[in-house]
Design a protein around this ligand. Structure first.
Ligand code: AGP
Length: 627
């Protein structure tokens, strides 16, 4: 998730585009860049790190241009570096492109273009766009006598190039030959056009243009537009004009950064559907299989592993607890889930026959990094499930599978947890698939099961939307529960793993003491703590143990605890329940993804009711880089 901006009009375009870009820095900050034409050639200025570094790199440059496109990066393809920073150009250096999204078929496009003699300067997926447009412009130039590229031809060439792309993109393009125009296109990535008097702006989201205008056009999927200072010509991918009604935005500036949400945490909870969609993107085949071509595993490599160890901290560890159960089911091998700070000093049973999966949002958590080094020192193969490209974990592990949550600003991890469970499910299915290639009955059954999982994974974004739509109910329930002094989260199997994460979310932002327990354990001690004023949230989403959960909740109700149950749509509700949270039903192993959304909302609204500092809770940091 990167941020792009652009400007065409009478102001100096470079400072204007950069000013707006700063409002998008939360979307990615590992490098930034800007392109603007001057009288002789396209100027490309890029720098690693924050936008401030880019501003320094622009010192002394002629920035009087009246058109510019800019970008702040969150690396998905190619580590953070100046060469991989946007904008990217074609071979002639006359066409510059900035892009937010993921181009799934970039590798094959790149191969074709290189075979035609195009030279690539970066590792990014984006660069293919510049060369594809170059190819189309060259074809157009051959057909006509004069050298001057017309705006209509430019737009046609750009549309033809975009038509070759598969994946998600919000793209802005400028051409040295046409310094009064910007071409844009979007599919599955946001892009807005800010309308001004004699000037127009473009950006990845509304807050970035609000400094200059509150009149915006929200482009829809498949839309393209050619923007000049006076005009915005919106078309579909074939060039047929489309009508997009401008909107008038009423948000205040402070709300702008958070996209209209009160806190980054709530905004990130609402990014759940996109996060899961993007983490699945390009990793599922049309015939219901999983494709992880970047993982360096061949069947023989995988066959070598006798056991799997999953390691992480906090929320990442909780994702590992879910994966332990799923991997054991799919792979029929011993799987261990460990807290990194314990793993590293436990003389762990890992060796060259062990695959160690390390989970981390930031990729910089000290204990997880140390656990990776410990595992490597013992000959194990390390695979990182990580959200930050170019982070230490992503760089130093033997392999990395990226979650596509985009930057997570709120200290309490929300969308990253959903992305981690999605990526872990893909990994488990992929490894099981490697083993299920035969024609024997077992392999056939396994492939059918994998296809069932793949279908269920694809339904998750819509299910998360359904949970988000129940936000008002959860907010009202949270208000009621916010005065309870102690919480227990109970579950069995996958539900217990979910309970662990739900308890962490509540305690870290509301400061209420909360514990997760395997429901069957309550009778062995914790039940002593249940009394009026104690809330017990029981996850009852696993058919195998649902009845057992009902009796456990009855035990709690008998001690006058407040009982909240999380049940699947259509399932019976325990009569012990004081409150019920209903969630869409999916496969047992995927239920933690669905049931965590109302839990994230519940924690958020309990903390809000208690007036806590939700995005920066006391005593905590987003990335714990010390032991
Ligand atoms: C979760 O909400 C917390 N922020 C914390 O437990 C976090 O999950 C843990 O510090 C691990 O961070 P990582 O995923 O960046 O390694």
């Amino acid at each position: 998730m990167c941020g792009i901006t652009g400007y065409v009009g009478n102001r100096p375009a470079v400072p204007t585009a950069l000013m707006n870009l700063k409002r998008l820095e939360y979307r990615g900050y590992d490098s930034a860049g800007i392109a603007f034409p001057n009288c002789t050639r396209m100027q490309i200025v890029r720098a690693t790190g924050k936008i401030a570094n880019l501003e320094r790199a622009l010192d002394g440059r002629d920035t009087t241009a009246r058109v510019a496109i800019a970008h702040t990066r969150w690396a998905t393809h190619g580590r953070p570096s100046e060469a991989n920073a946007h904008p990217h150009c074609d071979c002639s250096g006359r066409i510059a492109v900035v892009h937010n999204g993921i181009i799934e078929n970039y590798a094959e496009l790149r191969r074709d273009l290189m075979a035609e003699g195009h030279t690539f300067l970066s590792e990014t997926d984006t660069e293919v766009v510049a060369h594809l447009i170059e190819r189309e412009v060259a074809a157009a130039e051959q057909e006509r006598a004069s050298d001057a590229l017309s705006p209509a031809e430019f737009a046609r060439a750009a549309r033809a190039a975009i038509g070759r792309l598969r994946g998600a993109y919000a793209i802005a393009v400028i051409a040295q030959q046409l310094p009064e125009f910007v071409f844009v296109a979007r599919k599955d990535s946001p892009l807005v056009i800010g309308l001004g008097e004699g000037e127009n702006f473009l950006a990845s989201d509304i807050p970035a243009v609000m400094r200059f205008t509150r009149r915006v056009i929200l482009l829809e999927d498949g839309d393209c537009a050619l923007i000049s200072a006076e005009t915005v010509v919106a078309t579909d991918a074939r060039g047929c004009s489309v009508d997009r009604e401008p909107l008038d935005i009423t948000w205040d500036d402070a709300a702008a950064e958070k996209g209209g949400f009160d806190h980054f945490m709530l905004k990130e909870i609402h990014e759940g559907p996109r996060t899961v969609r993007d983490t699945l993107r390009g990793r599922l085949t049309d015939d219901g299989a999983v494709a992880l071509p970047r993982l360096p595993f061949q069947p023989e490599d995988w066959a070598r592993f006798r056991r799997v160890a999953i390691v992480g901290c906090g929320t990442a560890y909780h994702a590992g607890v879910v994966a332990k159960r799923l991997f054991e089911h799919l792979l029929r091998r011993p799987v261990e889930a460990s807290v990194a700070s314990e793993f590293r000093y436990s003389d762990p049973l890992v060796d060259s026959e062990t695959l160690v999966v390390l989970i981390s949002q930031s990729g910089e958590t000290a204990d997880t990094l140390a656990a990776m080094r410990e595992a490597r020192a013992r000959g194990a193969t390390t695979l990182a499930i990580v959200n930050v490209v170019g982070s230490t974990l992503a760089r130093d592990a033997d392999a990395a599978l990226l979650t596509q949550a985009g930057p997570e600003i709120g200290v309490a991890s929300t969308k990253a947890y959903l992305a981690q469970l999605t990526a872990l499910s893909l990994l488990g299915l992929y490894l099981a698939q490697i083993e299920a290639t035969g024609d024997d009955a077992r392999s056939t059954a396994r492939r059918a099961e994998i296809a069932e999982y793949v279908a269920a994974l694809c339904e998750l974004p819509a299910m998360i939307e359904t949970c988000l739509a129940r936000e008002p109910e959860i907010a009202a329930l949270a208000e009621k529960l916010s005065r309870h002094s102690c919480f227990f989260f109970l579950g069995r199997g996958y539900d217990f793993a979910a309970a662990l994460e739900a308890a962490l979310k509540l305690k870290e932002i509301s400061y209420i003491h909360a514990e997760a327990y395997p429901a069957g354990e309550m009778k062995h001690g914790p039940l002593a703590l249940v009394e009026p004023g104690v809330a017990v949230v029981g996850f009852c989403t696993q058919p195998l143990t649902a009845e057992k959960m009902v009796s456990n909740l009855k035990e709690v109700k008998a001690r006058e605890g407040t009982v909240v149950t999380v049940v699947r749509e259509g399932d019976a509700v325990s009569d012990s329940a004081d409150e019920v949270i209903t969630v869409p039903a999916t496969l047992d192993a995927l239920m933690p993804i669905v049931s965590m959304v109302p839990m994230q909302l519940l924690s958020y609204y309990v903390a809000k009711a208690r007036g806590c500092d939700i995005d920066q809770p006391r005593n905590l940091a987003k990335s714990v880089t010390v032991e």
